[in-house]
Design a protein around this ligand. Structure first.
Ligand code: PMV
Length: 298
């Protein structure tokens, strides 16, 4: 069975596209996939009831992404790939990357090809490029590798170690957004006001560096404060929505150590950091429908 995890960016999204570091975690919710030799190439995606064939000039990104993945294999029989998606799409949890990783992993298994999870992450970039245009690589890397890590574009992943698990509660706003559009919006802001946006990215980098130390020291109170500050900086680039802001605020008022949007923003998900497991379960109720707990060990 092929598997691609979902991911949560703890800090540093958007800046990471421009070469700054980010900290992300892999979560156990993701995409499972299975591939079998068949008459024709086909991809089925449940629970969406989608069934498609590869088409490198297709109108649907999924058709093009599937074609790009299949073309990356030199020799293989026609394959039918069935994937089950456990993540909301367009919600900042790296759903598209998780599908790409799971599909590649399933095909590798079906044809007996062996590669490391890091190599799998690299291979999944062909899929991600169809959706993101200019992906930093954080989604496919965390999806394949998991754990808690410091990521910087073009550099080896730096796994972070801590003896204290992170109790995250992920809330879904129900608003979908396009990563490609949000990334383009930040790029436009950077072109129009380079000094302001560079200062924002520099600020985010400082938060990321401090968060690395806080995670390694198990200081989740400090980490929570850094998350709140990162949320404010993302807000300043117009990446939050009224609903996401309200969800973050509700989580803080209910005792979360910190809360912020995660991923591209403009909709999608936020997450809160809870002090312990029982707190996380309580915050899940505060964050309403679609909220779930993810406990991550570094
Ligand atoms: O919203 P998601 O899950 O696609 O996360 C995107 C993260 C960005 O930093 C905004 C883009 C990227 O390629 O890193």
């Amino acid at each position: 069975m092929g598997f691609g995890r979902g991911k949560v960016i703890l800090l540093g999204e958007h800046a990471v596209v421009h070469g700054y570091p980010a900290i992300a975690v892999g979560i156990e919710r993701g995409v499972h996939a299975e591939a079998q030799p068949a008459k024709h190439d086909r991809l089925r995606l449940s629970p969406w009831g989608l069934e498609l064939e590869p088409a490198s000039d297709g109108t649907e990104p999924l058709e093009r992404a599937f074609a790009a993945v299949l073309e990356s294999y030199e020799e293989r029989p026609p394959l039918e790939v069935s994937a089950t998606v456990e993540l909301p799409a367009g919600a900042g949890l790296g759903c598209s990357a998780a599908i790409g990783v799971a599909v590649l992993d399933a095909i590798d298994e079906a044809i007996g090809r062996r590669r490391t999870r890091a190599e799998l992450a690299e291979a999944a970039l062909v899929w991600e490029r169809v959706f993101h245009g200019n992906p930093s690589g954080v989604d496919n890397t965390m999806s394949a590798v998991g754990g808690v890590a410091l990521f910087r574009r073009g550099e080896p992943l730096v796994p972070l170690r801590s003896n204290k698990p992170l109790h995250l509660v992920i809330g879904y706003s129900g608003e979908s957004s396009s990563t490609k559009e949000m990334v383009a919006s930040v790029r436009r802001q950077l072109e129009e006001d380079r000094a302001r946006v560079t200062q924002t990215f520099d600020g985010i980098e400082t938060l990321v560096r401090n968060a690395k130390l806080a995670i390694e020291a198990g200081d989740h109170v400090a980490l929570g404060q850094l998350l709140d500050l990162n949320h404010t900086l993302l807000s300043s680039m117009m990446l939050c929505t009224t609903k996401l802001d309200a969800m973050c605020q509700a989580a803080r008022e209910a005792g979360a150590l910190g809360a912020k949007i995660t991923g591209a923003g403009g909709g999608g998900c936020m997450f809160a950091l809870a002090a312990k497991r029982e707190e996380a379960a309580r915050l899940k109720d505060v964050l309403g429908e679609g909220a779930f707990v993810a406990e991550v060990s570094a």
